[in-house]
Design a protein around this ligand. Structure first.
Ligand code: MG
Length: 381
C-alpha cells in the first residue's frame, strides 16, 4: 500500500473492535474487516437482491452485489489518489448495502411502515445490525466484530432517536461530527456508481433513451464528444463510452476538489477530520449540480417509471403480507427464528418479536421472498 496521509484512518489510531482480538499476522485490521464482509452470508445474498430492477427481470442488470463491487472499485481509486486507507474504503463500500431488504427501496419503505409501531426500520442501521449482531460466524462473539472505523462508515445515516441508543457509534449524529474520509468516499462512490450504472441499466431496459438523456448536461457533454470523435460508432459502445467518461469526470473532479478542501483544513489526524464541521470529500459546485441533475432525471424518468412502479407496488404488497402473516402466525417462521422469539420475553416481547421478524424479512433475497409469499398464500387458501 502506498504511504498514508496523516489524516487517513490508521491501525495505530483505530478505535478498535468491540471484542478484543489479536492482530492478524500478515493482513491489516481493515483488510481483515473486508475479508470478514466477503465471507458473510449477507454479502452472498446481495447477488439476488434488487437494485432497481427485480432480480429475475434479466441477467444483465445490476444487483446489489455488482453494485457494491462497482462502489468499491470507484472508492478504492479515490482513496488511493488521496493517500487514504484503501483497505478500509473497500471494506465500507462492500458492506454499505448489507442491510438492504429484498426489492430495493420499495422493500425498505414498506418494512419501515410495518415496523412503525415497533421502532421503525432504517436500512443503514440494519447494515450495522448485520455486522454487529446478525451474522453467525465466530465462536467468541456475535456478528463480525469489525473495527470502529468500518462500522462508522457503514452507519451513513441515523435518526437522532436511534443514535442515542447506539452509544459510541451513534455519537457523531448527535454532535454534528463527520466520519473519517474513507467513509466520506464510500458515501459519494455509492452515488457515482448508481447514478451511472442506472443510466446503463435504464437504457438497456428501454425505459429511458439517449434522446431524453441529451437534456442532461453531464450526459450531453460526453455524448457530443463521443459523437464527434467517433462519428461511425453506434450501439452499446456509444452509451458505454459516454458512461465511463461521466464516471471519470466525476471522480477526477472529486479528487481535485477534495484535495483543495483537505489543504484548506489541513487536518493532522482523523479526529481533525471528524471535527471539521463539514465533509472534505466533495465535488466542485458545477459538477455537483450536474450530478444532482442526473440523479433527479433518474428519479423522475426511471425509478418513477410506471413499469418500475408497478413492480414496486407488487413487491411492497408481498413484504406487507409476509410481515403481517409472520406476526400473526409465528409458526410460519423457521424454527430457529421462532426460538429466538420465544426466548424474548418480558414487557418488550412484542417489540422484540417484530424486530426479529423484520431481521428475517430484511435478510431475504427477492426470489426467496417471492417463494415465501407463495407458500404462505397456499396455507391461507
Ligand atoms: Mg448503495
Amino acid at each position: 500500500m502506498p504511504d498514508l496521509a496523516p489524516y487517513a484512518a490508521r491501525e495505530e489510531t483505530s478505535r478498535g473492535r468491540q471484542y478484543q482480538e489479536q492482530s492478524p499476522d500478515y493482513r491489516s485490521e481493515y483488510q481483515r474487516d473486508r475479508d470478514r464482509i466477503i465471507h458473510s452470508a449477507a454479502f452472498r445474498r446481495l447477488e439476488y437482491k434488487t437494485q432497481v430492477f427485480v432480480n429475475h427481470e434479466g441477467d444483465m442488470f445490476r444487483t446489489r452485489l455488482t453494485h457494491s463491487i462497482e462502489v468499491a472499485q470507484i472508492g478504492r481509486t479515490i482513496a488511493r489518489a488521496l493517500w487514504l486507507n484503501e483497505d478500509l474504503t473497500e471494506a465500507i463500500c462492500l458492506a454499505h448495502d448489507l442491510g438492504h431488504t429484498p426489492f430495493g427501496h420499495a422493500g425498505q419503505d414498506i418494512l419501515n411502515e410495518c415496523m412503525k409501531p415497533f421502532g421503525g426500520f432504517e436500512h443503514n442501521l440494519q447494515s450495522l445490525r448485520v455486522v454487529d449482531l446478525l451474522e453467525e460466524r465466530y465462536a467468541d462473539f456475535p456478528g463480525l466484530n469489525l473495527t470502529f472505523e468500518t462500522r462508522e462508515g457503514i452507519l451513513k445515516h441515523c435518526s437522532r432517536k436511534n443514535a442515542k441508543i447506539l452509544g459510541d457509534i451513534g455519537q457523531r449524529f448527535l454532535n454534528n461530527q463527520q466520519p473519517g474520509l474513507e467513509a466520506q468516499i464510500a458515501n459519494i462512490a455509492d452515488e457515482i456508481a448508481y447514478n451511472n450504472h442506472d443510466v446503463d441499466d435504464g437504457l438497456r431496459s428501454g425505459l429511458i433513451n439517449l434522446h431524453q438523456l441529451e437534456e442532461i448536461d453531464i450526459f450531453r457533454e460526453q455524448f457530443h464528444y463521443v459523437r464527434e470523435t467517433w462519428p461511425g460508432l453506434n450501439g452499446r459502445r456509444v452509451s458505454h463510452e459516454v458512461i465511463r467518461r461521466m464516471i471519470n469526470k466525476l471522480v477526477t473532479d472529486l479528487v481535485t476538489t477534495s484535495k483543495q478542501k483537505i489543504a484548506h483544513y489541513h487536518p493532522d489526524t482523523i479526529n481533525d477530520v471528524r471535527n471539521a464541521g463539514e465533509p472534505m470529500i466533495i465535488l466542485g459546485e458545477e459538477t455537483k449540480d450536474q450530478h444532482l441533475q442526473l440523479k433527479q432525471f433518474l428519479r423522475r424518468e426511471l425509478y418513477q417509471h410506471h413499469r418500475v412502479e408497478k413492480m414496486t407496488s407488487l413487491a411492497k404488497e408481498k413484504v406487507r403480507v409476509l410481515f403481517a402473516e409472520y406476526m400473526q402466525r409465528p409458526g410460519l417462521l423457521p424454527e430457529d427464528v421462532q426460538l429466538r422469539i420465544k426466548q424474548s420475553s418480558g414487557s418488550g416481547a412484542s417489540m422484540e418479536a417484530a424486530r426479529i421478524t423484520a431481521d428475517y424479512i430484511a435478510g431475504m433475497t427477492d426470489r426467496f421472498a417471492i417463494a415465501e409469499f407463495e407458500r404462505i398464500r397456499q396455507t391461507t387458501d
